[in-house]
Design a protein around this ligand. Structure first.
Ligand code: BMA
Length: 341
């Protein structure tokens, strides 16, 4: 096999890392031995932090964290770390403002993703827009956070921006939903020339025929550009007699036309197995929201929410995970389509 490499990748010599455990079976994805990395009650007024996204910043790390307040309402908090494992958090929520500098706080905000495109960091989250929908804001310095137009009408969740424009447009994955717990859901792709007007909507992937992702799927971490295509870690949900189970899946999308799925792993990459994934506010949830990667070594650290209570880190290696996804790929007809009808 030709060597798989990151495209437009960056070197991150201080990426958190642990070697693959001997005898690991199944997918080449393994957990950080000190998981969960964030305990309960991490900051005054916040009971749990989970489903959060991190980024390298000025030689250290920064992140946007879903903090469930002690009144049960989720908001987004900024966090800081020297090593991407030990985090401290601002006590106050991220102070979103409108274009004129006036406070413009969402009624609630959860499952944030953080993606840098060119010189700007974008945060997207699930917001109340007369029902569950996508909220967005931008920052250049992690001090001033300006809201931008909600990209889609309700109901929608799990928006994930691509880290660069493709064919001149911003690209974003999202998962149309209902305003409740959504017993369905496919991933779609939308384009925008200006981050205000979104269109050219395309279907990317439907919930899978494999049982671990048979109820719904949703974008997870920002797609990673590789020589094989966009590597996407997403979540897939299984419906059991005892509720939903969230696992992490992997797919590779076409570079120039990411509504086409080139490979889609029929097996989950990570499924709830450890106590912090199986036990918590919502049991049996592994919910990926971000990755860090190091171009020099191919190392990838996946950040995922666990049981709606904790943050976990899992590791993989670019070449190994791409090979596993390819070796176990199974595509449906709708995966292979451009996705317009
Ligand atoms: C989804 C979202 C996620 C959550 C998951 C499991 O609908 O609300 O934030 O992790 O359910 O509860």
């Amino acid at each position: 096999m030709a060597k798989v490499s990151f495209v437009n990748g960056y070197n991150l010599p201080n990426i958190p890392w642990q070697e693959k455990p001997e005898g690991l079976s199944g997918a080449p994805v393994w957990r950080h031995s000190e998981n969960p990395i964030i305990d309960r009650n991490p900051v005054e007024g916040v009971a749990r932090i989970f489903n959060s996204a991190v980024m390298p910043y000025e030689g250290k790390f920064i992140g946007v964290f879903r903090g469930e307040q002690t009144d049960g309402i989720p908001y987004i908090y900024l966090g800081y770390s020297d090593d991407a494992i030990h985090w401290t958090f601002d006590k106050d929520k991220i102070p979103f403002e409108d274009e004129n500098g006036n406070p413009f706080m969402p009624r609630y905000a959860y499952d944030p993703r953080l993606v840098k495109v060119e010189d700007t960091y974008y945060i997207m989250w699930c917001t109340d827009f007369y029902g569950a929908a996508i909220g967005m804001a931008k920052t250049k310095d992690f001090k001033k956070f300006v809201r931008i137009e909600n990209p889609f009408i309700p109901y929608n969740r799990n928006a994930v921006l691509f880290p660069r424009k493709v064919n001149g447009n911003f690209l974003m994955l999202s998962r149309p939903s209902d305003s409740g717990h959504t017993p369905f859901g496919d991933i779609f792709l939308s384009e925008s020339p200006d981050m205000t007007y979104w269109g050219k909507h395309r279907h990317v992937m439907s919930q899978g025929s494999n049982w671990w992702e048979s109820v719904k799927i949703g974008g997870g971490a920002a797609p990673i550009e590789t020589s094989e295509g966009w590597l996407l870690f997403y979540h897939g949900v299984s419906g059991t007699c005892n509720g939903f189970v969230y696992s992490i899946g992997g797919a590779i999308l076409d570079i120039d036309n990411p509504s086409i799925v080139k490979y889609r792993c029929k097996n989950f990459l990570l499924t709830p197995e450890e106590w912090y994934e199986e036990r918590g506010f919502v049991p049996n949830v592994c919910f990926p929201c971000a990755t860090l990667s190091d171009a020099a070594t191919g190392r990838i650290a996946i950040y995922y929410g666990a049981a709606d209570s904790y943050v976990g880190v899992a590791y993989t290696q670019l070449e190994e995970v791409v090979q596993y996804i390819k070796d176990n790929s199974s595509l449906s007809d709708t995966d292979k389509e451009i996705g317009i009808r």
